[in-house]
Design a protein around this ligand. Structure first.
Ligand SMILES: [Zn+2]
Length: 203
């Protein structure tokens, strides 16, 4: 296999990138200045070296050997709320919207509708552990914040089921975002006003 083919295969594995686009990336690199390519390579190495998952919310952050991200370590974070989301980009969009000051938890995916091995696909066990320990430090409500899609709804009903015993034991409220969100809406692309309304109308 030629080096051009090999590198194209790497790019073709990126989310949303087809084979033709992948080849365009390779030719872009061939035309780019040497300094640009060197910086690009160094950034990839630094990414794997300096970015880790937060031990509490499981999002990626620049760790510098710390265990908790800035949101989890901050004393300004509202400990009574825990928002469960699919992925990092959802969390970033919600955190930037400035409408929510509570804690977060990244589930790491959606629960497949037909799958049996759910625990291997998402952080269900980790969520239960996080909710259990948060309940001891003032947690009052868990907000399920997923895309308004069949799989998003399936994920919420699955989580409601596994969280039910904890909810009863500690008197935790389990809520879902209000569905002012349009069908299929991805939280990572939703604007701040819509997020604010979805949060306000949660039930
Ligand atoms: Zn964190």
């Amino acid at each position: 296999m030629s080096i051009i083919d090999r590198l194209s295969e790497y790019f073709a594995h990126f989310p949303g990138i087809g084979e033709r686009q992948a080849r365009r990336f390779v030719y872009f690199l061939l035309r780019a200045e040497n300094g640009y390519v060197k910086d690009f390579l160094e950034s990839i190495v630094a990414l794997k070296k300096n970015v880790a998952r937060c031990k509490s919310c499981f999002r990626f952050f620049e760790s510098a050997d710390k265990e908790l991200c800035a949101l989890c370590a901050s004393s300004a974070t509202d400990q009574s709320l825990l928002m469960v989301m699919e992925k990092d980009s959802d969390l970033e969009n919600f955190a930037q919207s400035g409408t929510y000051r509570g804690r977060f938890f990244i589930l790491g995916g959606l629960v497949p509708i037909t799958e049996k091995d759910t625990e291997k696909k998402v952080r269900a066990k980790e969520l239960l552990a996080a909710a259990q320990s948060a309940a001891a430090s003032g947690l009052k409500e868990i907000i399920l914040a997923f895309a308004a899609s069949p799989q998003g709804e399936h994920t919420e009903s699955y989580l409601r089921k596994i969280l039910a015993p904890l909810s009863i034991k500690h008197g935790l409220k389990i809520s879902s975002l209000g569905r002012g969100l349009s069908t299929g809406a991805e939280l990572e692309y939703t604007d701040p006003d819509t997020l604010k309304n979805a949060l306000k109308n949660r039930s």
